[in-house]
Design a protein around this ligand. Structure first.
Ligand code: HEM
Length: 296
């Protein structure tokens, strides 16, 4: 699962070592990739630890389903964040960790569903019928099927088979898959959709960056400040639209709730802050190397 951007050049057959975690395409050890691999294992290790310490009581399987679902989505968002960070910092080596993050999104997604099967006492008929009958599970299944398709083609052999253009087109599906996963998140939320709104905001920010990068403005600090404002506003609108669609709550009331700072800092502000941080990073790196800021 690697986001698009590959040229139509010929791809040499990679050595067997390139399949190992922590190695680059040429099969050489990469400390960056290995660190990303270890970091991706972190939440899984934490889950085992919490479980063994009884911290997931009284319903450990349900808690683990939520934990793994959260991390599947976070890894997916982190995968989408690699290219914006690479464009802003011009640290091209970051590309090495994209596949690791994408595959870990798939791994946490598979764990999430495996735990759901365990919760259903491994009664596969119940699992299948629940997925077919409950809309939020059907949506989750669509997202998982997409992740599996991308994961199965996240290798050099698939790039050779599909050709760079076909492969790029297939892997551009990572964005709709992220949106479908977010919809699943919203649908399963009970009363409070705050975390789902926050992650939607991050994904909107990253999608917005993709649009800017297409116009070669992905490293412009000014354009990124504009993006921060737009993503923050869009996050507030997503929340207002959700509450209006679900409970007919007046959108202006929901939007106004974001201005009450005494309760908590609401997602639109957090997303705005994340966008500003990206703009600040761009300004810093453009300053370090002024020639880079031209035309980006
Ligand atoms: C066949 C596929 C899937 C099934 C059967 C499934 C099932 C579930 C279930 C049962 C819940 C908990 C609902 C509740 O307690 O009311 C849940 C929550 C969740 N799922 Fe899935 N899911 C699937 C795919 C996915 C995928 C692909 C992702 C992300 C990439 C995902 C992310 C989440 C998230 C973020 C939550 C909410 C966690 C939280 O509340 O902290 N799910 N899912």
């Amino acid at each position: 699962m690697v986001a698009p951007m590959m040229s139509d050049a010929a791809f040499p057959r990679p050595p067997l070592a390139a399949w190992l975690p922590g190695t680059d395409r040429a099969g050489r050890f990469s400390a960056l990739k290995f660190a990303a691999f270890l970091a991706a294992l972190g939440p899984g290790a934490a889950l085992v630890w919490f479980w063994s310490q009884g911290e997931l009581a009284p319903k450990p399987i349900t808690a683990a389903i939520h934990f793994s679902g959260d991390w599947a989505l976070r890894m997916l968002a982190l995968t989408l964040a690699v290219t914006p960070l690479r464009v802003v910092t011009r640290v091209n080596r970051l590309i090495l960790i994209r596949r690791t993050l994408g595959l870990s999104a798939l791994a946490y997604g598979l764990l999430h569903v495996a735990l759901y099967c365990v919760e259903q006492r491994l009664d596969l008929w119940t699992v299948v019928s629940e997925i077919a009958l409950r809309f939020y599970l059907t949506i989750g299944f669509v997202a998982l099927a997409g992740l599996i398709a991308l994961g199965a083609t996240s290798n050099e052999a698939a790039v050779r088979r599909l050709g760079a253009t076909g492969w790029n087109r297939l892997h551009a599906l990572v964005y709709p898959i992220a949106l479908v996963s977010l919809f699943h998140y919203f649908l399963q939320s009970k009363n409070d959709v705050t975390p789902a709104v926050l992650w939607s905001g991050y994904v909107l920010l990253l999608l917005g960056h993709r649009l800017l990068a297409r116009r070669r403005r992905g490293a412009s600090a000014l354009a990124l400040v504009g993006l921060a404002v737009a993503a923050g506003l869009a996050t507030g609108l997503v929340e207002a639209a959700w509450y209006f669609g679900r409970s007919r709550i007046a959108p202006l009331d929901v939007l106004a709730g974001n201005l009450d700072f005494e309760i908590e800092l609401r997602p639109p502000w957090i997303v705005f802050g994340a966008g500003l941080a990206l703009a600040g990073l761009a300004a810093l790196f453009n300053r370090l190397s002024p020639a880079r800021s031209r035309g980006r």
